[in-house]
Design a protein around this ligand. Structure first.
Ligand SMILES: Nc1ncnc2c1ncn2[C@@H]1O[C@H](COP(=O)(O)OP(=O)(O)OP(=O)(O)O)[C@@H](O)[C@H]1O
Ligand SMILES: [Mg+2]
Length: 253
């Protein structure tokens, strides 16, 4: 159970974003608590991705505030938000496809540590770098795939590797925009199991259309329709909510 009395890791208040006449984000207020998976669902074009972009800073809001890890980041740049520990939504391009899973993580560990690792050593022979990277792979369940090139990993494994890299870079919360997209039922099931454990390392704001995954994972669900949160609640509360059933869930409920 999520402790709703705990200080939120991420707190969004009255966020507004307009594109011309369209209010893509229309006064959104929501938060993410320690250990929580908070799912954000809603029809196509509801403004889910637009919201994620504003949180990571790739889009600037027109109004409202965003607080993360105890500070106001409403005007903070993308790189600084990432440095503060806001794990970006999946970016497959962040992987070096020809490098092994281990090497990919080592590069991230090295980037994070900067000069505290001795660069004159061949990277693959630096023991502490190797151990730290291996520990990250273990945390995401990829230790057995350390030597496999990123390009050879399955879709789901690549996502796990991206998470390992984000953890190595010091992510304190994850913003995941449709991580199950393009996966078969087996892959979705495996990624669901993985995300289930990940919440204890860093809470997750999860945008997802796969309702099996959402219902299995979410501590709370917020439903976004035309840029507005029409309901926030537990899985049961959301499934029972007549307005949500009309606007989005239909047969899923
Ligand atoms: N850069 C932009 N310029 C103009 N309109 C935009 C821009 N980005 C998004 N929109 C519009 O804002 C609305 C919200 O789009 P958004 O991509 O956030 O929806 P979504 O909830 O992520 O949908 P989906 O479930 O299909 O991914 C849509 O009407 C979209 O056309
Ligand atoms: Mg989207």
């Amino acid at each position: 159970m999520v402790d709703l009395a705990a200080e939120p890791v991420l707190e969004i208040t009255g966020l507004v974003k307009t594109f011309g006449a369209l209010r893509a984000t229309d006064g959104v207020t929501l938060d993410l608590r320690p250990g929580e998976i908070h799912a954000l669902i809603g029809p196509n074009g509801a403004g889910k991705s637009t919201l994620i972009h504003q949180i990571c800073g790739t889009l600037r809001q027109d109004g409202g505030t965003i607080r993360f890890a105890g500070q106001d980041i409403s005007r903070t740049g993308v790189a600084e938000r990432a440095r503060l520990g806001l794990g970006r939504t999946f970016q497959v391009s962040s992987l070096a496809p020809e490098f092994s899973a281990l090497r990919n993580v080592m590069l991230a560990v090295q980037a994070k540590a900067g000069s505290s690792f001795r660069f004159f050593k061949p990277v693959m022979r630096d023991r502490s770098l190797l151990d730290t990277a291996m520990a990250m792979l273990e945390r995401v369940g990829l230790a057995g795939r350390a030597d496999i090139a990123a390009a050879e990993l399955s879709h789901g494994e690549r996502r796990q590797l991206e998470i390992a890299i984000a953890l190595a870079l010091g992510s304190k919360a994850f913003l995941l925009d449709e991580p199950m997209a393009g996966m078969g039922p087996e892959g979705s099931k495996r990624l669901t199991g993985f995300l289930d454990g990940l919440r204890h390392q860093a809470p997750i704001l999860l945008v997802e259309h796969d309702m099996d995954a959402v219902f299995a994972l979410a501590d709370r669900i917020s439903v976004l329709v035309y840029g507005r949160v029409i309901a926030t609640g537990t899985v049961d509360e959301i499934r029972r909510d007549p307005a949500v059933r009309t606007a989005y869930l239909g047969d899923h409920a």
